[in-house]
Design a protein around this ligand. Sequence first.
Ligand code: NAD
Length: 269
Amino acid sequence: MSAMKLAIMGAAGRMGQELIRTVQASNGTAVVAGAIERAGSNALGKDAGELAGIGTIGVMVTDDPLDIVAKVDGILDFTIPAVSVEVAGLAANARIVHVIGTTGCTPENDAAIKAAARHATIIKAGNMSLGVNLLVALTRKVAAALDEDFDIEVLEMHHKHKVDAPSGTALMLGEAAAEGRGVSLTETSVRSRDGHTGARKRGDIGFATLRGGNVVGEHSVIFAADGERIVLTHLATDRGIFARGAVKAALWGRGKGPGLFTMADVLGI
Ligand code: NAD
């Protein structure tokens, strides 16, 4: 099969640059065929390969997604929710694959993306790494095996530039814990604590957020009971794990037909 032509949304971003390097290193299974940045970005007009530090690849960064979408088989999109919603609409019109790594989507954003998935093949995950998706599956299993004598807390740390909290991954883990326990996360989650909060309520699923330095992403799910504690942890030390997952998702989605999928579908876990 010919190389899958992929466009990179947010090409100058931390993940955008990683995606350019990963696609170009995919041994011909995929190729960067478009690179898009926001209007006003100083990356516009630059070669995407130069931007990512791998030398010229002959693809110039543009701010016009319309033109690009018509020419590619898929889009890798790690940007901001408003952009991902817009791109999902474009992907639906063009009937192509849209891999969404963007986090911080509101329920309204998610509804719009779901609607677009009637025509586009959308794979959306708050975390594209194999390790984290395994951690999600383990969390669901452990939560199902334990009762509410075990208090569940999700702890995460990311670099100082991250704009949303808790992280998309922390929310995925909280959702998995709630599913395993057979409860609704909306009804049990405690997203922050400050001041005189009173004692912890039995059955709550708590979140704690740390920010600092250049931490790529660290997550722990803690099951704490009287006298013992189970801690499941994933440490990401290289953004390449997310980019490799995104490329894998795009290749998996090729020829699949429309629908909204997750990394668990891609990885078969
Ligand atoms: P970043 O700020 O470095 O990059 C985002 C890029 O999007 C920027 O370059 C910005 O200019 C660009 N952008 C904004 N508006 C645009 C528009 N209209 N058109 C084109 N480009 C536009 O952020 P980042 O660290 O790369 O993270 C991006 C997103 O990916 C965040 O939501 C983050 O949480 C998420 N993320 C997800 C995973 C995962 O595995 N799912 C992993 C890492 C990061």
